[in-house]
Design a protein. Structure first.
Length: 187
């Protein structure tokens, strides 16, 4: 009986060990399964969801903790569509802008981190998100109309919305380069 219990205990330890090595965590699972959605529904993002996403952006790390960013939330349908023509009512855009003149800091890089924090936060809430670089010129040209704060330049636009559930997430995701092509280990 004792030997049998020992055997069972050992088996349990082994399976627990392989579980930890292989399954990762809910965050890594989410990172590995999420993608940049293009297809959305009209269901609006709630104020509560938006607040959590913005909190995650504000919490992002930055060089010397300078937090050299402003997040401009654009929700009115006309402006959203001017910036991303395929956007749907209910989508929210966040324009992430970096400080224009500050020495000893890295605004574009820091804005990238804040963008990724909000992108991941949106997915964590079950929403879709996509990062857009091409509409930045439109926003920059009409910065007063979109109320980009003075002294900041638009770096990137994040689109957030409820996902069209009919889209197959596996085939919608873009492939990635192979591990060996991207990673090398110093010998
Ligand atoms: C800096 C940056 C700029 C991007 N700009 C655009 C864009 O202008 N239009 C667009 O459709 N997607 C844009 N994307 C989304 C990428 O195309 C997308 O992240 C990439 O193809 C990977 O897709 P996946 O996340 O669905 O696997 C941008 C992404 C990044 C990080």
């Amino acid at each position: 009986m004792k030997i049998r219990s020992l055997f069972l205990f050992a088996a349990l330890l082994i399976s627990a060990g392989s579980f930890c090595q292989n399954s990762g965590s809910p965050v890594t699972e989410m990172l590995l399964s999420s993608y940049s959605e293009r297809a959305y529904s009209n269901v609006p993002v709630t104020d509560q969801q938006l607040d959590i996403i913005l909190k995650c952006g504000i919490k992002s790390p930055s060089s010397r903790n300078m937090q050299p960013w402003k997040f401009t939330v654009i929700r009115d349908e006309a402006s959203v569509k001017e910036i991303i023509k395929e956007a749907l009512p209910g989508n929210v855009l966040i324009v992430i802008s970096g400080v224009e003149s500050q020495t000893g800091t890295t605004p574009d890089f820091d804005c990238g981190l804040a963008t990724q924090n909000m992108f991941v936060a949106a997915h964590g809430l079950g929403l879709g998100a996509r990062i857009y670089g091409s509409p930045v010129a439109t926003v920059a040209k009409n910065r007063e109309a979109y109320q980009i704060p003075a002294g900041f330049k638009p770096v990137i636009v994040l689109r957030i919305g409820n996902v069209d559930k009919t889209v197959d997430a596996v085939s919608a995701a873009s492939p990635r380069k192979a591990h060996d092509e991207v990673v090398n280990y110093k010998k």
